[in-house]
Design a protein around this ligand. Structure first.
Ligand code: MN
Length: 262
């Protein structure tokens, strides 16, 4: 039962991801979260990594149920959480959880990430939301990462945070016993992405693969990159207002000058 939520019922968790409803990270996190409460899963049918905050507006969406009981949608991570919160569920979940993603989401990754986007959709509807990513592309320690992720959600139940919030969590690829340190971090910065990779299809036409993300440019102390490199669990609170306050005055003057010239 939840102590901080102030009522005697199971916590209700909405779980999604961007790797698709068959991803091992989703199953592992579902397994761990069931010790905290009721978990409703609604995830994309396909791998939607890199989908960002996209909504499907040009066709209707269908919801299917897998033998596992997980529901899945022929849409994006944002579609999944949006559908769940705006009509599919007949209750408001206490938290939205996304992950565990196959690969890190640090620095500028957060802008492209479907994992972060699923949690962002929860946050936009005022629900405390968590995005979890395993900072490695193989699934070696996915069970350990899922266990830490559930610990973090559980920690919120015991020790409230001003809500709503959007926490972006990156978990090093390590055994559970080695994941003892949790660090509050800011996003680091990456160099620009690697160049696109050009190939030819069997018909001799050019095709392009988006290149790998850039290496860390700001991985200084206090960043997500720094924490994960040290083997610590990185927890970054995100906000969605992209306004650049440092540029606002310059742009104000610049537009005023434009008006004078007309
Ligand atoms: Mn992914």
């Amino acid at each position: 039962m939840s102590k901080i939520l102030g009522y005697n019922r199971q916590m209700r968790i909405l779980l999604s991801n961007d790797d698709g409803y068959l991803a091992p990270g989703l199953a592992a996190l579902h397994h761990e979260l069931t010790r905290l409460g009721d978990v409703a899963v609604i995830a994309p049918e396909q791998n939607c990594s890199g989908a960002s905050n996209s909504l499907t507006l040009t066709r209707p969406l269908s919801v299917f149920e897998a033998p596992s009981g997980f529901r899945y949608v022929n849409g994006t991570p944002t579609d999944c959480v949006h559908i769940a919160l705006t009509g599919m569920l007949d209750y408001r979940p206490d938290v939205v959880v996304s992950g565990v993603n196959n690969g890190q989401n640090m620095g500028e990754d957060t802008l492209y990430s479907g994992t972060v986007a699923a949690a962002t959709e929860g946050f936009l509807f005022g629900v405390p939301s968590f995005a979890f990513s395993l900072a490695n592309k193989d699934w070696e320690h996915i069970g350990d990462a899922a266990r830490v992720a559930a610990d973090i959600v559980e920690h919120y139940l015991a020790h409230s945070l001003p809500a709503p919030f959007l926490l972006n969590v990156n978990i090093p690829n390590r055994p559970y016993e080695a994941l003892r340190n949790w660090r509050a971090t800011r996003l680091g910065k990456r160099h620009p992405s690697q160049p696109v990779i050009r190939q030819e299809n069997p018909r001799g036409e050019p095709i392009y693969w988006i290149g790998a993300s850039g290496d860390a440019r700001d991985a200084s102390e206090g960043t997500d990159f720094h924490a994960v490199a040290n083997g610590d669990v990185s927890i970054t609170p995100l906000q969605l207002d992209l306004t650049d306050p440092a540029q606002l005055e310059s742009v104000r003057n610049w537009t005023a000058r434009l008006e004078q010239c007309r």
